[in-house]
Design a protein around this ligand. Structure first.
Ligand code: GLN
Ligand code: ZN
Length: 763
């Protein structure tokens, strides 16, 4: 008999109930008790949905983040909150977000813990903090209480916990001058806490516990491989069975290590590590359980059940009771229920499976294995016919798009002349001063702007009226820029709700959900659009707005587009072709937009690649192949223009050290980046690499309401000019201004323009 289980369930709720409960609580509009009650309700609901599984995850629920929960469970609570008033939950929120409620007086505001991305997902966790003398004191009361709740509900619980090695690896040592060895020195004490936890779980009647060790899919140093052995040998005598879970990728050189660890079972991501499963079956000692993650926990497509069974049946024959089935990873990364969608096209909806549907698929697979396919014949037939309809759908497949992409030739990627020649032509054409000023695209998105968009969307405003309103906003924005004396203008992006959604909505091959929310961090959720088919652009998307904006001024108006890699990385993508292929299709669509802008007389065009870095694979050894196709996609998008058309790109992060060659390869004439917080040090890498083109290092930190002084910006730019010749420098903010108010933006830009004037007069 194959056993079914799940690694984790979305905690946020079908309608984001947890988000709203948390935010209400932080605003002090509800009590702690009522927040706890909502949480209990959600847990009970989630367990109910999974009740038919052989093991149901407990401990996957969290008020903010499961890594932070683990820190609290281990008594690893930053000392800065230890003296503060209130209880554990207050302190928990203080570490999570700096305060336990929005109006918390200054006495209890502390700096929040650092937040970073959970592997290659868009989920962010709170980084554990270690001191050299950190010791761990287990407090498993929360987890034990939840186990009790589950028991009362008649659920067979399998607690899920971040494994000790991954926990240690994710954390950061705060002690100055401390190094990796100091971190490893914490292991023994940490293991004591884990061992104690296992004993408590045993006393609570737990049979199996899941330890998540996803770092096994990354490149591990010898030292960390050793830590794995040491840790799990120390936990060998655990009174409960440990299921060691890895996901998001292949184990590769860690495969043997993982197979040999003295645990009772191993979970592998059979979507991303399918090729390794055979080997694991050969190597795994026969007393161990093998859990296969056969349902993709990272995307929203229905599983091909028959195909999966074709693959699984022989494995089941070999492993028998040792085979467990699960989603590939926690379902935290997908929305809850596709049935909630009321507006999705019925065809597309029929191709999708969110968390609840994935649990159903799991049950069907297990039943087919345990009782034969006949016992679920109807469901399998339905699944097959739905997927066939997807395969053959005219909406998903567009011959012309496929043909165009397949005819790819290198010429498409290349500018006519190298940068040095283009620069001369562009200098002549735009005749910009030294230290030219510009902004990154958006201007403040006022309430009025949002109202206009929402009225238009809800059909409360005619198209004509909408246009008039938007044109008025653009006009205001241009007038402001005239008054400020900026050099290169933007139209301000009032028509855009989001830099990906705006383009997705106008491209063929994209679908949007109403409730497809996925937790990003804490109470923040995102609703990634879905690329379901070949991408094409029925008509120009931005040209009318930019052209109109250009009629209002003699200064150059910068066309504003989102690049193919960013669109790809912020969407749910197809599973029936490689990401690189989808990216190419996007590249061709945006290329057409670039060329249309150029034809319309727009000769400075910015292509934002805010999320280029985010797509980097978990293993460094795979970076280059990602960068190859990602940069190629950008080049196809950008490089069809004439020499005297100036291409800008923008990236809102500051780590370029390891990808600088790829960035240079994009060959954008100008790149604007985030630098204001790093004191221009990040330009070192551009300097050392001898980055040849122009750079606008952000001098105005738009994430803060503070207004930067002229001096501060002059001094930042002077530092920049020590690294990059002044002739190739631009002056601009860090990122778009849409989240700021005009009252903040105006004085900041007045200062920025003043700084540029001072600099150019002296340069
Ligand atoms: N052009 C976009 C804007 O200004 C860029 C946003 C971003 O980089 N995230 O809003
Ligand atoms: Zn940005």
């Amino acid at each position: 008999m194959a056993t079914t289980h799940n690694l984790g369930f979305p905690r946020i709720g079908k309608k984001r109930e947890l988000k709203f409960a948390l935010e209400k609580y932080w605003r002090k509009e509800t009590s702690k008790d009522s927040l706890q009650l909502t949480a209990l309700g959600l847990r009970q609901q989630n367990w109910q949905h999974q009740a038919d599984l052989d093991f149901v995850p407990v401990g996957d629920f969290s008020f903010y983040d499961q890594v932070l929960d683990t820190s609290f469970m281990l008594g690893n609570i930053p000392s800065r909150v230890s003296q503060l008033e209130g209880d554990d939950l207050d302190n928990y929120f203080r570490v999570a977000r700096g305060r336990s409620s929005n109006d918390e007086s200054s006495c209890c505001c502390v700096s929040a813990g650092e937040m970073t991305k959970w592997f290659d997902t868009n989920y962010h966790y709170i980084v554990p903090e270690f001191e050299q003398d950190t010791s761990f004191t287990l407090d498993a009361s929360q987890l034990l209480a939840q186990l009790q709740e589950a028991k009362q509900q008649g659920i067979t619980a399998k607690p899920v916990v971040i494994g000790p090695v991954t926990y240690l690896w994710l954390g950061k040592l705060k002690t100055e001058s401390a190094n990796e060895e100091d971190k490893l020195a914490l292991l023994d004490d940490l293991l004591k806490a884990y061992s104690q936890l296992l004993n408590f779980l045993h006393q609570a009647g737990v049979d199996w516990v899941q330890f998540d060790e996803p770092i096994l899919v990354t490149e591990l140093s010898q030292a960390w491989q050793h830590v794995f052995r040491k840790a799990y040998f120390q936990l060998t005598n655990s009174p409960v069975n440990i299921l060691l879970a890895t996901y998001f990728g292949e184990l590769q050189e860690n495969l043997q290590l993982a197979c040999k660890l003295p645990v009772a079972g191993l979970h592998l991501d059979a979507i991303n590590a399918r090729n390794e499963i055979e080997k694991v079956i050969d190597w795994l000692p026969t007393h161990k359980v093998l859990s296969l993650g056969v349902i993709n926990g990272r995307n929203i497509w229905k599983t091909h059940l028959n195909k999966t069974l074709d693959w699984l049946e022989p494995i089941h024959l070999r492993l028998q009771d040792r085979l467990w089935l699960a989603p590939s990873c926690s379902l935290l990364h997908v929305p809850v229920d596709v049935q909630s969608e009321e507006k999705l096209d019925p065809d597309i909806k029929s191709w999708l499976a969110f968390a609840l549907q994935k649990i159903d698929e799991l049950q069907v697979l297990a039943q087919a294995l345990n009782e034969g396919r006949d016992s679920v014949a109807k469901v399998l037939a339905e699944n097959a016919s739905t997927l066939l309809s997807r395969e053959q759908s005219k909406r998903a497949h567009n011959k012309a798009v496929k043909a165009r992409v397949s005819l790819l030739d290198n010429g498409l990627e290349k500018r006519q002349s190298p940068y040095s020649q283009r620069a001369k032509l562009q200098d002549k054409k735009f005749n910009l001063p030294l230290y030219p000023t510009t902004t990154i695209g958006s201007f403040p998105q006022t309430k009025a702007i949002r109202q206009i968009r929402s009225d238009y969307k809800n059909q409360k405003m005619t198209e004509k009226h909408y246009r008039q309103n938007m044109e008025r906003e653009i006009k205001t924005c241009v007038a402001e820029q005239e008054a400020l004396g900026l050099d290169v203008f933007v139209h301000g992006e009032p028509e855009r709700n989001d830099m990906v959604e705006y383009f997705g909505e106008q491209l063929e091959g994209y679908a949007f959900t109403q409730f497809g929310w996925v937790q990003s961090y804490g109470s923040r959720c995102v609703k990634p659009p879905i690329i379901f088919g070949d991408i094409s652009r029925p008509k120009a998307m931005t040209v009318e707005w930019i052209k109109y904006a250009q009629t209002l001024t003699d200064n150059p108006m910068k066309g504003m587009l989102t690049g193919p890699v960013t669109i790809l990385n912020w969407s749910f993508v197809r599973d029936d072709q490689p990401r690189s292929e989808t990216c190419l299709q996007l590249a061709f669509a945006i290329r057409d937009e670039v060329l249309d802008l150029e034809k319309a007389g727009i000769h400075i065009i910015q292509i934002d690649e805010a999320a280029l870095r985010e797509g980097l694979p978990l293993r460094k050894s795979q970076w280059q192949s990602y960068l190859d196709w990602a940069i190629q996609a950008f080049r196809i998008t950008a490089n069809g223009v004439a020499d005297d058309t100036q291409i800008h790109t923008h990236m809102c992060y500051s780590e370029f050290n390891d990808i600088i060659a790829a960035i240079a390869d994009m060959d954008a004439d100008v790149i604007t980046i985030e630098t204001s917080r790093s004191d221009m040090e990040l330009l070192d890498v551009f300097d050392e690499f001898q980055y040849p083109n122009e750079i606008g290092p952000g001098v105005y930190d738009i994430h803060s309401p503070n207004i930067p002084s002229v001096d501060s910006m002059v001094s930042l730019m002077k530092k920049a000019s020590l690294r990059i010749p002044a002739k190739r420098l631009w002056v601009n903010p860090d990122c778009g201004l849409k989240t700021r108010t005009w009252d903040e933006v105006r004085p900041a830009l007045v200062n920025m323009v003043e700084a540029s004037k001072l600099l150019s007069a002296r340069a």
